[in-house]
Design a binder for this molecule. Structure first.
Ligand code: F6R
Length: 241
């Protein structure tokens, strides 16, 4: 894994943007795997600012997102679909028809997982962007998720529910289940970019790089990827030698 340590969040977002920009400039119809959460917001702001200035165009880019809460419709303020529109899609020249995310209110969730896997096969990702959970999860692949998993329904761990409660009015409002790309689906991307920010990610970053490659720390699987870059700010990299 290539490791880049930055002094702060601003530099991390700039470096992440440089990598994403390069992918899209080389391939204007690139398929980008995108993430939600607080980590990529700085990168999304860079994309928006640059796009407004007439920089990189996303007109022919396709986007597939990692995950969505079960039970939240695309219009729900807390849905990841809405997050993506508010933080990125509504502010760049991407065609919304080319943006994809699991349907959290699909009547048959198993069928929805199969539909999403077929979509992922049809749209091989040129770049997969990831954040990392404090427990080492990537997407909603919690500790114990098999490395060969594809899109599936997960019960969120208490740790993840508590972490995500900051986006909701009350902790009870955080959905207990989600649809997520699996670890195999993530590993299928040609290139992976994982971002880590803040001291509460330091144990997960250390475990990912120096611990055992094991489902008990899902992000450790990325060490088996041929083209994966970690950009970590100094705080999240504090435990690395
Ligand atoms: C988001 C996702 C999650 C987050 C992770 C870190 O789509 O799949 O795995 O990347 O929970 O979240 P933040 O960035 O909020 O610290």
């Amino acid at each position: 894994m290539n490791v880049i340590i930055t002094k702060d969040y601003e530099e991390l977002s700039e470096k992440a943007f440089a990598i994403l920009r390069d992918v899209v400039l080389k391939k204007p119809d690139a398929v980008l795997g995108l993430a939600t959460g607080s980590t990529p917001i700085g990168l999304y702001q860079k994309m928006v600012e640059d796009n407004r200035r007439g920089g990189v165009s996303y007109r022919t880019v396709r986007a597939v997102n990692l995950d969505e809460y079960v039970g939240l419709s695309p219009e729900n303020e807390q849905s990841y679909r809405r997050f993506m529109r508010e933080n990125l899609f509504d502010h760049i020249d991407i065609d919304l028809k080319n943006t994809h995310i699991e349907n959290g209110v699909a009547p048959d969730l198993k069928e929805e997982c199969a539909r999403y896997d077929a979509l992922l096969r049809a749209l091989p990702r040129d770049l997969q962007l990831l954040g990392i959970g404090a427990n080492g999860h990537i997407a909603f692949n919690e500790p114990g998720t098999p490395f060969d998993s594809e899109t599936h329904v997960v019960d969120l761990t208490q740790n993840t529910i508590e972490m995500n409660a900051r986006f909701f009015e009350r902790e009870e409002d955080v959905p207990r289940r989600a649809l997520t790309m699996g670890l195999k689906s993530i590993m299928d991307a040609k290139k992976v970019l994982i971002l880590a920010v803040g001291e509460n990610k330091a144990d997960a970053v250390k475990g990912m790089l120096d611990g055992e490659i094991s489902p008990s720390l899902p992000a450790s699987v990325l060490r088996l990827h041929p083209d994966c870059t970690l950009i970590a700010d100094e705080k999240s990299a504090a435990l690395l030698k």
